[in-house]
Design a protein around this ligand. Structure first.
Ligand SMILES: Cc1cc2nc3c(=O)[nH]c(=O)nc-3n(C[C@H](O)[C@H](O)[C@H](O)COP(=O)(O)OP(=O)(O)OC[C@H]3O[C@@H](n4cnc5c(N)ncnc54)[C@H](O)[C@@H]3O)c2cc1C
Ligand code: SF4
Length: 483
């Protein structure tokens, strides 16, 4: 048994049935967080510096991984940090939460040769944590302050990365977010056992010290329209993410204790941050001593099952309509969940929720994978007379997210969206159908990853700069022509 698992089992066995939120927090850290700094050098030294850097090619940010691994192996940590931060605004966050098994590490040549990947994410995190500890990360000081300003809607990883890039060029930057804290899903979606909230808040503080102005609790569409904000800024960036939870239409869906995944995770994260959350305190959004069934097979579902384990659930089952090989979530997360005692019920879908006022069971049926659909993915089909019932006091729906109706919410019907509701951009410029309004992150791609939000935000910031410079040059030329 691994040390991490041993630690988990020991903690689990010593768990009292009802624990205070503080006690729960103390009981369960990230049990796989067993990275020892000395290992960074050891791991970095394993890199073979192969001719074609497949890890770098498969990192959305094209991070220069071989270089910073070599610098780490040589103990040149400050230079390693400079290399790591040249392409990434939050390497310590990506190092913690990127699904490395699908990206850089999954393509490491040593992994492909069957010797186990270089733990790239853990080294990236160690490099940047070291930089923070040594005071190498300092507020942005642009070479000169510009008069032009950019308004950013959304303080998730996309909005924060763009803000930093634009401040580096000297723009005034205002970020508007409807939440009371910056960070978007980094704070309210991803659980703290994967990403400690202080890590995100430290980034927010750095941006404040860099001159970025935050307007929190400010909902665009409610507090001001997009058009009103456009009048205040030379360019706008929309980085609002996707928040419309998908639902399942089966009998009994209206019963109590059937909740959307994000409600459950936001409550858990707020409790962890010390907020008072009545729906958690009254037990509605607390899995403690409950039979929990999570429906879905993505990373959000994995976060829900692992959170429920930490809250002291009696049992946690994950119901997914495809099989393990076809699951969208990271395999690493699935293994972690299994080690923690989560039971996966593959090839199964809910048929009905049972109970009087509140749910007491989920009736499900077995599925088989049929013919491939247009995307080539096999379509799940229900198997007749295969019903079975699971005990359930709390059902969590983790079926994915779609975009909200942004044009209506923002009061801007001319903002063009795709058939899926994502904001349309010209990928060469990241500009939307509205002049001077750009977009990045999940609201453009659909539900994706933090590293892609950072990638798109950096791209958008570059294009916003080009747009403002070109506009100013055009204005100068017109003024000269008029003289
Ligand atoms: C539960 C969960 C777990 C995840 N785990 C991982 C993971 O482990 N690794 C990974 O790489 N990715 C993960 N993801 C995906 C990742 O979080 C997103 O891809 C990423 O956060 C997208 O960044 P963003 O900046 O586009 O949007 P968000 O992070 O969603 O930020 C958007 C911000 O816009 C604000 N906003 C929205 N509408 C308005 C408005 N009208 N006015 C003002 N503000 C507004 C929101 O309040 C929010 O703060 C996870 C997602 C979820 C839901
Ligand atoms: S940003 Fe993500 S994919 Fe890129 S090197 Fe870091 S952990 Fe790997």
């Amino acid at each position: 048994m691994s040390d991490a698992l041993l630690k988990f089992v020991t903690v689990a066995k010593s768990m009292p049935t009802k624990r205070s939120p503080d006690k729960r927090r103390a009981d369960f850290g990230e049990i796989y967080d067993d990275f020892v700094p000395g290992k960074a050098t050891e791991q970095a030294s394993r890199c073979s510096q192969c001719g074609i850097p497949y890890c770098q090619i498969h990192c959305p940010l094209q991070n220069n991984i071989p270089d910073w691994l070599m610098l780490t192996a040589q103990g040149r940590m400050q230079e390693a940090y400079e290399a790591a931060s040249a392409t990434n605004n939050m390497p310590e966050i990506c190092g913690r939460i990127c699904p490395q098994d699908r990206l850089c590490e999954g393509n490491c040549v040593i992994e492909q040769a069957g010797h186990g990947t270089v733990t790239i994410g853990a080294v990236e995190r160690h490099i940047t944590d070291t930089a923070w500890d040594n005071g190498w990360i300092t507020p942005v000081k642009p070479p000169r302050e510009l008069t032009a300003s950019v308004g950013i809607v959304g303080a998730g990883p996309g909005g924060l990365a763009a803000a930093e890039q634009l401040r580096r060029k000297g723009y005034k930057v205002d970020i508007y977010d409807r939440y009371d804290r910056a960070g978007g899903l980094l704070v309210y979606g991803i659980p703290s056992f994967k990403l400690e909230k202080e890590i995100v808040m430290r980034r927010e503080q750095l941006l404040r010290e860099s001159g970025v102005t935050f307007h929190l609790g400010f909902e665009v569409g409610r507090d001001e329209t997009l058009e009103e904000l456009r009048q205040k800024h030379d360019a706008m960036l929309i980085a609002t993410g996707v928040y419309q939870a998908r639902d399942v239409a089966v009998p009994g869906i209206g019963l109590g204790n059937i909740v959307p995944a994000l409600d459950y995770l936001v409550a858990s994260n707020r409790v962890g941050l010390g907020d008072s959350v009545p729906e958690f305190e009254n037990g509605d959004l607390d899995a403690d001593a409950k039979h929990v069934v999570v429906i879905g097979g993505g990373d959000t579902a994995m976060d829900c099952v692992r959170t429920a384990v930490r809250q002291g659930a009696k049992s946690v089952k994950c119901l997914y309509r495809r099989d393990r090989g076809n699951m969208p979530g990271s395999m690493r997360e699935v293994s972690h969940a299994e080690e923690e005692g989560v039971e996966f019920v593959w090839l199964s879908a809910p048929e009905a929720f049972l109970g009087d006022d509140v749910v007491s069971g989920v009736r499900a049926h077995r599925m088989r994978l049929g013919a491939p659909d247009a995307s080539g993915r096999q379509t799940p089909e229900a198997i007749e007379n295969s019903s079975f019932t699971l005990d359930c006091d709390l059902a969590i729906k983790a079926l994915g997210f779609d975009p909200e109706d942004v044009p209506t919410l923002f009061g801007t019907p001319t903002l063009q969206v795709s058939q899926w509701g994502t904001i349309r951009v010209d990928w060469r410029t990241m500009m939307t159908s509205l002049e001077g309004v750009f977009a990045a992150g999940d609201i453009v791609r659909g539900a994706s990853l933090v590293v892609w939000a950072i990638h798109d935000a950096r791209d958008a910031a570059e294009n916003i700069d080009r747009y403002i410079v070109a506009k100013a040059a055009g204005a100068d030329a017109s003024a000269e022509a008029a003289e």
